[in-house]
Design a binder for this molecule. Structure first.
Ligand SMILES: *[C@@H]1O[C@H](CO)[C@@H](O)[C@H](O)[C@H]1NC(C)=O
Ligand SMILES: *[C@@H]1O[C@H](CO)[C@@H](O)[C@H](O)[C@H]1NC(C)=O
Ligand SMILES: *[C@@H]1O[C@H](CO)[C@@H](O)[C@H](O)[C@H]1NC(C)=O
Length: 359
């Protein structure tokens, strides 16, 4: 927190200016009588302080983020890539618990927290430090833990209303690809799935759907595994793909959506609401199961689209200006969290995590 003394000096200087301004006001009143001193000072301080914040935090190595628990226990070596990979300066990402007392942020991966909270940092939290709750599973697949009230300061999550939102993917602007044409396809509708559970909405939907349309299926659930090398080319060889999430939750839109999208296949989605999807991509780039009264109607629609190449191509309008970007798990998340900490020095607390995430 080396920038603190600088802040104090800046604040003193600004205060001096304000006081000076107050004394000077009577003189200026003759020329510009309308504004009160208080108003003038508030208006002039706010933007300056913001600029000062940016100037004092840039190009310094002054924000330390400690990854307390490696997600799923898997260690990664290359985490200090904020500047080189993501153009985020001034961050030091570490896994060295000896640096706990000087860490500005501590990232804690939800799945790895013991149910009795015994593996959380044992020491008192320094007053400037923020604990960051990180989770990538949906509420259905995340266990609630004892008392999580007033425990964390920030949420780092796929939800767009998290403090630090890092969705599973996003569309980023790119110089036009005006003549984009999807790769040639030899299958109409595909699905790759490993986890089969008859209670999942996606399984129930598929069971109905496949009575009305042929679905080329792959993955552990069908005993037809594909290698990572075959994954993208398989996706690309299908006109449509069942981008069915394992559970239906707000903003829970995962790689099951972004991967086919990136491979130029039209995702048929089951998961979050259409509105949630439309927050991340234009509404005519995908098909939502909710738009159809029944799986049969969806099947009929896809069969109809199969005969209309011109109509099919219109699903790829977005490709003229955007491309799919997926974050680098987990290094990017730590860097984005650091960037957030640098910009928000204020007090923050998550009063009721259960209510926010599981309600
Ligand atoms: C930032 O801090 C780390 C660890 O203390 C150090 O290895 C690195 O050289 C520092 N970088 C700068 C630019 O000071
Ligand atoms: C951090 O500070 C606490 C006192 O607040 C101390 O008990 C603890 O040993 C320190 N931890 C490290 C790793 O320096
Ligand atoms: C973080 O949250 C804790 C727990 O409520 C709180 O005591 C602490 O002051 C907060 N720290 C910051 C920097 O917001």
């Amino acid at each position: 927190m080396s920038s603190e003394p600088v802040h104090k000096i800046v604040r003193l200087l600004l205060l001096g200016l304000v006081i000076l301004g107050c004394f000077m006001t009577p003189f200026f009143m003759y020329f510009k009588p309308s504004k009160s001193c208080l108003f003038a000072s508030v208006e002039s301080i706010a933007p300056r302080e913001r600029i000062e914040e940016v100037l004092t935090t840039n190009d310094h190595n002054d924000t330390t983020v400690l990854i307390w628990l490696w997600p799923f226990g898997k260690k990664r070596d290359k985490v200090n890539i904020c500047a080189s990979k993501f153009s985020i300066d001034g961050c030091f990402i570490t896994t060295d618990r000896n640096l706990y007392n000087k860490s500005d942020g501590v990232i804690i991966h939800h799945r790895d927290i013991h149910s009795d909270l015994s593996n959380l940092p044992p020491h008192q939290r320094p007053p400037f430090q923020k604990w960051i709750w990180m989770n990538w599973e949906s509420p259905s697949h995340s266990s609630k833990l004892g008392n999580m009230k007033n425990l964390f300061n920030l949420t780092l999550n796929y939800r767009l209303d998290a403090d630090i939102p890092v969705p599973y993917g996003s569309l980023v602007y790119t110089e036009g690809e005006d003549n984009f044409a999807p790769p040639s396809k030899d299958k109409l509708l595909c699905w790759i799935v490993s986890h089969w559970d008859e209670n999942f909405a996606r399984v129930k939907y598929y069971n109905e759907l496949q009575k009305h349309i042929k679905v080329d299926v792959y993955g552990r659930a069908f005993n037809k595994c594909i290698t990572p090398q075959e994954y993208v080319s398989t996706l690309a060889s299908c006109k449509f793909y069942l981008a069915f999430e394992n559970s239906l939750h707000k903003d829970y839109i995962t790689e099951k959506f972004y991967n086919p999208l990136g491979a130029s296949t039209v995702p048929v989605v089951l998961g979050a609401s259409r509105e949630d999807y439309e927050n991340v991509i234009q509404g005519d780039a995908f098909i939502h199961v909710d738009d159809f009264a029944s799986p049969k109607e969806l099947a009929d629609y896809i069969l109809q689209l199969d005969k209309n190449e011109e109509r099919y191509r219109r699903f790829f309008e977005w490709r003229r200006h955007f491309k799919v970007k997926r974050p680098v798990f987990w290094a990017e998340h730590a860097c984005v969290a650091c960037d957030y900490l640098r910009r928000h020095r204020k007090y923050q607390v998550i009063q009721n995590l259960d209510k926010w995430f599981w309600a």
